[in-house]
Design a protein around this ligand. Structure first.
Ligand SMILES: Cc1ncc(COP(=O)(O)O)c(C=O)c1O
Length: 433
């Protein structure tokens, strides 16, 4: 689309955006007929692939039945069913309860407010701080941006962001791990960060179990998550897992937290929850916390006009059914192993790849620290028909140039081979020129 002919305030007013007309499976097509293999499911969203008639039918049926009923007054079958299937998929020894939102940032802010609400119920009104990590990305609304450890995205808005959000230094990729004393330098950094502001002033800690766009596929080392949960609970903090990108199958397990053998007190979800067929997010709360909320004298003061929108939650319920019935979590694991092996082959051929990291169909390429390298690869791939997700982290520690690869979970072997061939072409081009 020529910028001169558009009245849309696009993200970049000087860029020509190809106009997408339709999608089928792992591919998108633009108005000129060009095919793009969606190697990143957009922003790791389109987990079920594009153009699904089964989801379209569920949406249409829901829109015909009822498209809006305010959750201040009503519930709907679609909302109730979605919460049941979330609980079923988590298959835990206790129940999980779903608070619907319209996306990841809303879910993050809701989780932060919920943590604060619980601390007030516990008689701890001084607990207002939230601990997260550098680098991290938790969303773009002001609250979610404040949670994020992302100096570049935050810089222009710094005066608008609350100082209640405190960030621990990066979790080391080279850490030898948690020792017999249950600690490691990374956990010691967390303790020191809490000590600086006073541990009693913190309501919660937020962590991505497998890091998304700020650190493409980084997985905290063995024992870290457990150590963090132990430290948090000992110090009175709630643990929130940000599963917006990792949740519901992306990493080859139902939740990213499952790779650490842990369930948090609550987690956020979005993207894969509806596979992008409708704006959708959620905060999912474990039964112990739910009981505390149930006993509260006052309800949780929060809510959005589109929370629990019947069409969105119907889509989410249908998407989760498909995830279950088509065994897409297992598929993500198997295809993820094949993708990782293919990426390792590419690493042998292209020295600009420093590291491959991730789980399931969420794989990151950490590149040489040459500024702009990742962007060049992403652009070349797009030109030749492959969509990749450009990471953005902090240059500190040389972790700034990276790319996230995360095709729809429905991808098959032939699709992966095509993805790897296109990626190899982009790497060859950038390494050569
Ligand atoms: C880990 C994580 N948390 C939160 C968000 C924010 O979600 P949304 O863009 O739906 O507001 C994102 C978005 O990319 C994310 O990757």
């Amino acid at each position: 689309m020529n910028p001169e002919e558009s009245l849309v305030l696009h993200r970049d007013l000087h860029r020509r955006y190809p106009e997408i007309t339709h999608g089928i499976g792992i591919d998108l097509f633009d108005r000129t007929g060009k095919r793009y293999l969606d190697g990143s499911s957009g922003a790791l969203v389109a987990n079920l692939g594009h153009g699904r008639a089964d989801i379209a039918a569920a949406m249409a049926e829901q829109a015909r039945e009822v498209a809006y009923a305010h959750t201040l007054t009503f519930t709907t079958r679609a909302l109730e069913d979605m919460a049941w299937i979330v609980n079923e998929l988590l298959a835990d020894q206790f129940r999980w309860y779903t608070y619907p939102t319209s996306g990841g940032s809303e879910a993050i802010e809701t989780a932060v407010k919920l943590a604060r609400h619980v601390q007030m119920l516990r008689g701890q009104p001084g607990r207002h701080r939230i601990l997260s990590f550098r680098p991290s990305y938790h969303g773009n609304s002001l609250g979610a941006l404040a949670v994020s450890g992302d100096p570049v995205r935050k810089r222009p808005y710094e005066p608008l962001l609350s100082p209640s959000f405190v960030h621990a230094p990066p979790i080391s990729e080279e850490c030898a791990g948690v020792g017999l004393d249950g600690c490691c330098p990374c956990l010691a950094n967390v303790s020191a960060t809490l000590q600086e502001s006073g541990p009693d002033s913190f309501a919660a800690v937020i962590l991505e179990p497998v890091t998304g766009s700020s650190r493409s596929g980084f997985v905290p080392h063995a024992g870290f998550f457990q150590g963090l949960v132990d430290l948090a609970h000992k110090t009175g903090l709630l643990v929130i897992a940000d599963e917006v990108m990792t949740g519901f199958g992306r990493t080859g397990r139902m939740l990213g937290s499952d790779h650490h053998g842990l369930r948090p007190d609550m987690f956020t979800a979005a993207k894969g929850l509806s596979g992008g067929y409708a704006p959708m997010g959620a905060v999912v709360v474990g039964e112990p916390l739910y009981r505390e909320l149930q006993d509260a004298p006052a309800p949780f003061l929060n809510g959005f006009t589109y929370s629990g929108n019947p069409v969105s939650v119907r889509v989410a319920g249908k998407a989760l059914q498909i995830l279950r019935d088509e065994h897409l979590v297992e598929r993500s694991r198997a295809m993820g192993e094949r993708l990782a092996a293919g990426l390792q082959d590419l690493q042998q051929r292209y020295a600009i790849i420093r590291r491959i990291r991730g789980r399931g169909l969420m794989q990151g390429l950490l590149l040489e620290g040459r500024p702009g390298l990742a962007a060049r690869i992403v652009q070349r791939a797009l030109d030749t028909g492959l969509i990749l997700y450009l990471g953005h982290g902090e240059a500190e520690g040389g972790d700034a140039e990276h790319i996230l690869i995360g095709p729809p979970l429905v991808i098959d072997e032939a699709g992966l081979d095509r993805l790897l061939a296109l990626l190899g072409g982009a790497l060859r081009f950038v390494q050569t020129y």
